[in-house]
Ligand binder design. Structure first.
Ligand code: COA
Length: 158
């Protein structure tokens, strides 16, 4: 194994991605509050666990809840939201690992196309989405608040 492959292996070996559980929610709502100006509450996360058309994943790194991502599936389309990783765990491939698993699970369940919105200034997130095959299909002006910003609408189609 090359040195950089060894380093990647070492970084990734302590990361597990699994379905969201009730016990993750308190930590996830703290990560949300650190990361977004309009964070989801613990109750918002709890509601997801009751909806069979929502699929949410949690990443565990070094034994701690490190982030989550999820998707609402309607009419064969997966709308991805709430992609977040705690600041101290960023840059270790956690978002990429969670999203790869979410897309694979979606495809297995018959999802034909995936979509998401992202702030036009969010270079790190856009980079990951492009790496995973998403392409920009339009701009939704002033979609976001706090601060007001346009959304890049991205799709990944079969
Ligand atoms: C976006 C976010 C989820 C990424 O999580 P992460 O676990 O650090 O992501 P990864 O480690 O899998 O990948 C980071 C990638 O972004 C790249 N990156 C980081 N900062 C970047 C920047 N400013 N511009 C372009 N690429 C950037 C890294 O090089 C890496 O790419 P690589 O795998 O090709 O080397 C995380 O930064 C986050 O939670 N941000 C706040 C919430 C948010 O913006 N969520 C997205 C909402 S749509």
């Amino acid at each position: 194994m090359s040195r950089s492959n060894l380093q990647n292996h070492a970084l990734k070996q302590s990361i597990t991605v699994r379905a969201l559980r009730d016990e993750d929610i308190e930590a996830l709502s703290n990560i949300e509050s650190e990361s977004f100006s309009m964070p989801w509450s613990a109750d918002d996360f709890r509601a997801l666990l009751t909806r069979d058309y929502c699929r949410y994943l949690t990443a565990i790194a070094d034994g701690e809840v490190a982030g989550c991502c999820g998707m609402t599936v309607i009419c064969g389309e997966g709308n991805i939201d709430n992609v977040v990783v705690a600041e101290r765990f960023r840059g270790r491939g956690i978002a990429s690992a969670m999203l790869s698993k979410l897309l694979a699970e979606g495809e297995e369940a018959g999802v034909e196309a995936f979509t998401l919105e992202v702030r036009v200034s969010n270079r790190a997130a856009i980079h990951i989405y492009e790496k995973l095959g998403f392409v920009s299909e339009g701009i939704r002006p002033r979609f976001y608040e706090k601060p007001t910003e346009d959304a890049n609408i991205m799709w990944r189609r079969k």
